[in-house]
Design a binder for this molecule. Sequence first.
Ligand code: MG
Length: 373
Amino acid sequence: MSELAPYAVSAANSRGRRYAEDRPSMRGEFQRDRDRIIHSTAFRRLEYKTQVFVNHEGDLFRTRLTHSLEVAQIARGIARALRLNEDLVEAVSLAHDLGHTPFGHAGQDALNDCMRDYGGFEHNLQSLRIVDFLEERYAAFNGLNLCFETREGIVKHCSLDNARQLGELGERFLNRTQPSLEAQICNLADEIAYNNHDVDDGLRSGLITLEQLESVGLFARHAADVKAIYPNLAGRRLIHETIRRMINVLVCDLIETTAANIARQPVRDLAEARQSSPLVAFSDELREAQREMKRFLRTQLYQHYQVLRMTSKAKRIIGDLFGAFISDPRLLPPQYQSPADGDQPRAVADYIAGMTDRYAMKEHRRLFAVGEI
Ligand code: MG
């Protein structure tokens, strides 16, 4: 790694870990965070959690795990080009979706509804809860004891009410300051990853078509470029040649726009980067192009009737499980009964949020199907 920019996060300017530990001997602090995340139980569960398509719908669709790997890859490329901390963006990217429920956003909405009277449910905060409390791997502390900057990057957004309960992690939402530039990168790398892989998965599923995508400026432009060079190209290769160009132009634009922002509003160190307006950004043109793509995906893919059927089933499964456990906590595995802090609804939410798609369906059958235990 070339030398870090003065406003990058480093071990030297880190706010450190909640529980003091010896410095790692053969790797950096943020490499250690990444390693802890990869070894966690929650990380392995990502393999069987939905991004858009439920795991059993096909082997080639993205899961939360492959999504997280794509985010990490995109974020690392951007961080290296801007001389920011590549290890930190990798750690944040790999951890950013740990708190997701089974069944993607439908699962999160359903669990949030169930938890309305008990403080709500939010997947960002759940990711933090996993790395701060729920993972049981170390003798000396709960959770993974990650560095402040990794935890800060995980909490992408948060209501003011929740921010008040987060201590120093919540301050930036109350003071309206920014997280590190590395955290800002992860946020936009997430967007680049899902917009592009959802186009790919959507086409693969047959729920959206190339003809429909021709109405989206960003896609149409790059598909035309590909066809100008390869007039006879069709099918998967046309799709992939188009998508790789879209990813490339978004990544390059983000790097160039961010470098120009920093040149225009010079920041001398990390503290100034936090006080500045958001510096990591797309150009206006590509921000608008991304918005158009998102609108297309929302109306044509995420709200497609076949996706909505799965979504509605997922909501029912989550609602049923929550209802059964909250009315009789004795149905829960023992470790979730009578939690030490007395917050039984939160323990139910932890249990449900930790389920993979297929585990949730299995648990639902165990509780509700006659003839199965
Ligand atoms: Mg994500």
